[in-house]
Design a binder for this molecule. Structure first.
Ligand code: G6P
Length: 498
């Protein structure tokens, strides 16, 4: 459908992501209700101010979103829904979106970068995969075309995440005048694992990403993995360079030696927002309710996650069970608050995982529970105020992902906890680079080691816990979201236009 935007409304800074800053639901009377989300991009775009002619391009994700797009006549969404942010939502065909989002992004690319496959049986790259891949291409093309149409001359475009890996290359083809950045919020797979993908798909993904002037990651570990995958392509078009200093890049020999720079921006917690929000009355109410569930004088081990395969919730529960088995002195004296919020429930493997989490929690409660003590308090209904209440009550935070781009929970709990908390942290979380020195670091597959770490964390003397928490909170807030975004923008704008 043709855009209603005139030349005067072209944007100078554009962000593109699958999930936008607002989503819609339709109630039983057919009325639309907008719900705004938060996160680093929202803070960042707010920080550049409305004078910057910014536009956020995202996809409609459900029926409510699609109705909102139709109501907006395919133009920007109403300001009152978006908090003044200019947002254009793309109404991509629902089956194309589902193939791209569920089929490719979440079932293939997410699995590759988080190394989640059980390789004797999966992945299987068959005709069905190729059909879904065609949808991923179409979905990426829809974004590239919308961005090309909406961007002012020499505008800056920040493309987000594994959903949109092909966009930079496609957009460069349409609008070579633009400065294009891509940011990965996930890990990047090591070359041997990336090579599970068919060769032509790998090439397409890398050519898509390398269409950007700059690709950026949350840690140097993921940036380096990307660079090694570029080297592994064995493609004469690219020269991968590792100069000393930070300006690592890939040179495009067939495109006048154009360069794609590689950078790192480690997203931090938003301390001001979190501290203020965590002292609102609704959080205090949730704290009172949780204190009832925990019982008088007991310690807490807290985890808050989406029920996501990479978060390793089941092994976390097994480690807690081991703690109760090996150290009976903790029985009746500790409660594990495990908040596991539904995620990607369209995928059977996520539904099965959610069921496994519930089953193991119930097993622990039936084995060790007593009339006055429930060892695991599991909540599955997403409630941000209750998450903050748990953060404030945390004695120990358990963050044990198999692999994680950053993990903001590890950064948020030390900022919010009332009495200071000890952090048990997987070495495979991006946050490990900054927080590892003051955490109890674990191999996420080693349940016995994790149980030992829980015991040590629970036993930490209060002064040492307070000291560690201070250091964790300082490291966790080093790069707040608005600054994280502005740094990316500046790094991209400082590059010479090619
Ligand atoms: C996490 C990841 C992001 C990803 C997002 C998608 O937050 O860190 O990399 O974009 O999940 O979640 P969704 O619910 O939209 O599938």
């Amino acid at each position: 459908m043709a855009s209603t935007q005139g030349a005067a409304e072209k944007a100078r800074v554009l962000v593109a992501s699958n999930r936008g800053p607002v989503s819609y639901t339709v109630d039983e009377n057919g009325s639309l209700h907008a719900k705004r989300g938060g996160g680093g991009l929202v803070s960042g775009l707010s920080a550049i101010g409305s004078g910057a002619d910014s536009l956020w391009v995202c996809s409609a994700l459900g029926d409510g979103d699609r109705a909102a797009v139709r109501r907006a006549g395919d133009g920007p969404l109403p300001d009152e829904d978006t908090g003044g942010q200019r947002v254009r939502m793309l109404d991509i065909d629902a089956s194309v979106h589902s193939d791209a989002y569920n089929g490719i992004a979440n079932s293939v690319l997410w699995f590759v970068h988080h190394m989640l496959y059980q390789t004797p049986l999966e992945p299987v790259f068959d005709a069905e995969f190729r059909r879904q891949w065609a949808s991923y291409e179409a979905y990426n093309r829809a974004f590239a075309e919308a961005l090309a149409e909406a961007a002012a001359e020499a505008a800056t475009v920040l493309v987000q995440d594994y959903h949109l890996c092909l966009v930079p290359g496609m957009l460069r083809g349409l609008r070579p005048d633009l400065r294009i950045g891509h940011f990965s919020h996930t890990p990047w797979a090591p070359p041997d694992y990336f090579e599970l993908l068919p060769g032509d798909i790998r090439e397409q993904l890398m050519a898509g990403m390398l269409g950007a002037d700059r690709v950026a990651f949350l840690t140097w570990r993921w940036a380096t993995a990307f660079q090694r995958c570029a080297e592994g392509l064995d493609d004469e078009r690219y020269l991968v360079a590792w100069p000393s200093g930070s300006a690592r890049h890939v040179e495009h020999l067939s495109e006048g030696r154009r360069r794609t720079y590689i950078g790192v921006h480690s997203l931090g917690a938003d301390a001001d927002f979190l501290r203020a929000r965590a002292h609102q009355p609704d959080v205090e109410e949730r704290m009172a309710a949780l204190r009832e569930e925990i019982g008088e004088g007991r310690r807490t081990v807290v985890r808050v996650d989406r029920t996501e395969l990479s978060k390793n919730i089941v092994r976390g529960l097994l480690a807690y069970r081991q703690l109760l088995e090996e150290h009976p002195q903790w029985r009746e004296r500790v409660v594990h608050l495990a908040f596991a919020y539904p995620s990607r429930q369209d995928l059977a493997v996520y539904r099965d995982y959610t069921a496994a989490v519930q089953r193991v929690a119930e097993e622990i409660n039936s084995t060790y529970g007593t009339p006055g003590w429930t060892p695991v308090v599991l909540h599955v209904k997403d409630d941000f105020a209750r998450s903050l209440a748990a953060y404030r009550l945390a004695d120990v935070a358990l963050v044990n992902p198999i692999r994680d781009g950053m993990n903001l929970v590890a950064k948020e709990v030390p900022v919010v906890s009332d009495q200071g908390c000890a952090l048990v942290l997987s070495r495979e979380a991006g946050a490990y680079e900054e927080l590892g020195a003051n955490a109890f670091v674990v191999n996420p597959y080693d349940v016995l080691e994790t149980a030992r770490a829980l015991h040590e964390a629970l036993s930490l003397p209060p002064e040492e816990r307070a000291d560690r928490t201070k250091r964790l909170a300082a490291a966790a807030t080093a790069l707040p979201p608005a600054q994280w975004f502005l740094d990316q923008l500046r790094a991209l704008e400082e590059l010479q236009s090619s």
